[in-house]
Write a protein that binds this ligand. Structure first.
Ligand SMILES: [Zn+2]
Ligand SMILES: [Zn+2]
Ligand SMILES: [Zn+2]
Length: 251
């Protein structure tokens, strides 16, 4: 199984429009972060977690030809607004199954009602077939465990698959979810910035969860411009790294 970071930035993307801070003007490509999503590839199948606002450019960058499924974490704009750009894949391969919670589906249908219309063939519109889950589910022979995390007042779906867990956009991890995150090979966790934030973990809070869960490796994601890759990386404990766009690992 291979996991690739398609995007590791917070909702505004880095560089941020109109900002000339050290990170936003940095020459280090690891400081240039598109909106957050990951690609999971296994046994010839590909599952994308979230269609970020930057989906089109991310798909071109990775030379995407086919997508077997989309899993959604939640329906915030930065995680869904690339949905319209799946159309070239629909032309070739028909509808794409989309897995999410009923709450996320409701929100997706409000914004992209035209993507969910029943039809027999591609008609110039994005085309997905919704699949709701209630607990662990299987896709293409692989088990996926959806888990709830808190995102301020809202809820985000995290996914565990084998020894990997992806927790983007969270401000706290409920006890029940923590219980399902033991013995991880790789934890991917939200670490927005240094200052507190109502809907995201700070770097310090993320590292506190790492201390508790003790995964073998951790990648931090959904990163704002407060975090300059090289500078912050130097102070991270062993086994913890900042993710960056294009980073991949195999498991
Ligand atoms: Zn986000
Ligand atoms: Zn900046
Ligand atoms: Zn969000």
């Amino acid at each position: 199984m291979r996991v690739s970071f398609w995007g590791t930035g917070t909702s505004v993307g880095i560089p941020m429009i109109g900002c000339s801070c050290g990170t936003c003007v940095s020459d280090d490509v690891r400081d240039q972060r598109t909106r957050a999503s990951i690609m999971i590839e296994f046994d010839g199948h590909s599952v994308l977690v979230d269609t970020s606002t930057d989906f089109r450019i991310q798909a071109l960058r990775c030379r995407l030809h086919k997508l077997d499924a989309i899993f959604y974490t939640h329906a915030h704009a930065d995680h869904i607004f690339g949905l319209d750009d799946i159309r070239p894949l629909n032309i070739k391969h028909g509808p794409i199954p989309c897995f999410c919670t009923p709450e996320t589906l409701e929100r997706l249908k409000e914004i992209f009602s035209y993507a969910f219309v029943d039809r027999k063939s591609y008609g110039g519109l994005p085309w997905v077939t919704p699949h709701l889950f209630d607990g662990e589910f299987e896709f293409a022979g692989q088990r996926f465990l959806p888990l709830k995390t808190l995102h301020g007042e809202g809820i985000t779906t995290a996914y565990r698959f084998d020894g990997v867990a992806y927790l983007t956009d969270c401000s706290a991890i409920p006890a029940k979810t923590l219980d399902a995150l033991w013995d991880l090979d790789v934890l991917i966790l939200d670490a927005l910035r240094l200052k507190p934030h109502p809907t995201h973990l700070t770097l310090e809070q993320a590292l506190a969860y790492v201390e508790v869960l003790r995964p073998r490796r951790t990648y931090l994601t959904h990163i704002s411009h407060e975090i300059r890759h090289e500078e912050i990386s130097r102070g991270l404990p062993p086994g913890v790294e900042l993710a960056y766009d294009g980073l991949q690992f195999e498991i």
